[in-house]
Design a protein around this ligand. Structure first.
Ligand code: NAD
Length: 479
């Protein structure tokens, strides 16, 4: 890391640009608490300039044939792999993820871009049967325009890559506003894109905080917004989109149930259930942090989970399993949730060890909870899981759905019939049976209820960024 140059400028019209505002963001290494760089806070004027650049970029990108677009997207994916080690070091430094995990995420970002690289030549409209044989009716799928993408800090490059590649594959240009804590790899993504052949303005990054995001959300020239972040901020973005009469994709928070039946082989499953809650330090929108266990297996589950949590390796070295929280402020927030839960009567039934330095919170399992408690209803976004018991299948479905959110759910059972019934009944955008957190670029991703709407990834992703035009062609009169 010693010789790494940390570039935290904006990226607009094909080049890095220093910020013009006086205010700056301080970036930290969450693993050590040390400051690593300063970044600009994009002003409304800078956001407006980036949207103008993106309008130019849209025209330039539209002039590329579908095959040329594919070549650029493939080259981008290949370049991300080629720069993988440097990008992983940057992501690891800026988020506190171990290098092993950061490498996997960078490979995941390349993979999602590669998946979409094949899309432009397969993206087309249809020919519609007509009542008049002299009229040809067909549809054209057109890009929705400039896409405004606002991202969170928990998976900086992977989330940005999914939005950017889906939008570019549909023919749109993009302005990304990354999270103020973690802008570094998103700026690199834009630089790599231009080196790979994107025309200037097709992909722009304006670094900044909520005020920068608000300026992007309210720019009437943005054709569609795609937001990933908390439910509360998402609603503000949605109001700004509504004021301009523009659509938005909302990828918001969650409080996902992970439902464990007594017929599952618990010693074989325990690691995946525990990591379903604690992966990425619990800073995971799909975290299976609300574990519901069938009554007869409850004691055995708690015993096995306590053992596994006690053995979790917390730290930021290559083979550590649980990293730090993103900021000191977030650490205080997570610890506040647990303190209030203990006051409400919860019991710490298992806890891990953490390093002395950095923004670490010990992985914690709470029992003696009820579904009405704050700890079971609010998204904690840290390494905290609650364990509650259910009596039968109906009870599991009722408790699983007893939440404002609907992002994900897990089911652990050896009964195929039960897994099919529960997968149908649980109100969530994705359901895992006997695994947790598996993800494919080819599979659509998104939530129900307060977890949002719209889908990213998969073939549905670019569809969200395009719109249909219908054309009727009739032979000239008299011909
Ligand atoms: P956040 O809502 O605080 O911030 C998200 C982004 O919105 C940041 O870039 C932020 O600067 C920007 N922002 C803040 N105020 C804004 C405003 N008024 N207008 C426009 N933009 C504004 O979220 P976070 O703390 O960065 O991330 C954690 C949250 O993200 C959690 O709730 C988590 O569940 C959610 N998340 C959801 C998914 C998903 O796909 N459903 C994935 C990852 C994270």
């Amino acid at each position: 890391m010693n010789d790494m140059r940390i570039e935290s400028d904006h990226f607009m019209a094909g080049e890095r640009k220093a910020g013009v505002g006086n205010a700056t963001l301080q970036l930290y290494s969450p693993a050590t608490g040390e400051a690593i760089a300063a970044a600009p806070i994009g002003t409304p004027d800078e956001v407006a300039a980036a949207v103008t650049d993106a309008e130019d970029g849209l025209r330039a990108w539209s002039a590329f044939s579908a095959e040329e677009k594919e070549r650029v997207l493939f080259a981008m994916a290949t370049a991300i792999d080629a720069h993988g080690e440097r990008l992983a070091e940057m992501e690891s430094l800026n988020t506190g993820k171990s290098m092993g995990i950061a490498r996997e995420e960078i490979a995941g970002a390349a993979s999602v871009i590669r998946f979409y690289a094949g899309y432009p030549t397969k993206h087309h409209g249809a020919q519609i049967p007509t009542s008049d044989p002299g009229t040809l009716c067909y549809t054209i799928r057109e890009p929705i325009g400039v896409v405004g993408a606002i991202t969170p800090w928990n998976y900086p490059l992977v989330i940005a890559a999914g939005k950017v590649a889906g939008a570019l594959a549909a023919g749109c240009s993009v302005v990304v506003k990354p999270a103020p804590e973690t802008p570094l790899t998103t700026i690199e993504l834009a630089a790599i894109g231009v080196d790979a052949g994107l025309p200037p303005g097709a992909l722009n990054v304006v670094v900044g905080d909520g005020s920068t995001g608000a300026a992007l959300s309210s720019d009437p020239r943005v054709g569609k917004l795609t937001f990933t972040g908390s439910t509360a901020t998402g609603r503000k973005v949605l109001l700004a989109a509504a004021a301009n009469g523009r659509p938005a994709i909302m990828e918001l928070g969650g409080k996902s149930p992970n439902i464990v039946f007594a017929d599952v082989d618990l010693p074989a499953a325990i690691d995946k259930i525990v990591m379903g809650a604690f992966a990425n330090g619990g800073q995971e929108c799909c975290a299976g942090a609300r574990v519901l266990v069938e009554g007869s297996a409850f004691e055995e589950f708690v015993e096995l989970a306590r053992e596994r949590i006690g053995s979790l390796r917390c730290g930021a070295t290559d083979d550590d399993e649980i990293g730090p929280l993103i900021t000191e402020r977030h650490l205080e927030r997570v610890s506040g949730f647990v303190e209030r839960a203990l006051t409400d009567g919860a019991i710490v039934a298992g806890r891990g060890e953490i390093p002395e330095k950095g923004f670490f919170y010990p992985p914690t399992m709470l029992t003696n909870v009820t579904e009405e408690m704050e700890i079971c209803r609010s998204e904690i976004f840290g390494p905290v899981l609650t364990v509650d018991r259910f009596e039968d299948e109906d009870d599991a479905i009722r408790m699983g759905n007893d939440t404002q959110y609907g992002l994900a759910a897990g089911i652990w059972t050896s009964s195929i019939g039960r897994s099919i019934r529960l997968a149908r009944e649980l109100d969530a955008g994705l359901v895992w049976v006997n695994s947790y957190l598996a993800g494919e670029a080819a599979a659509p991703f998104g939530g129900n209820k307060a977890s949002g709407f719209g889908r990213e990834l998969g073939l549905e992703g670019p569809e969200e960024f395009s719109q249909t035009k219908v054309v009727y062609v009739t032979a000239p009169p008299g011909s």
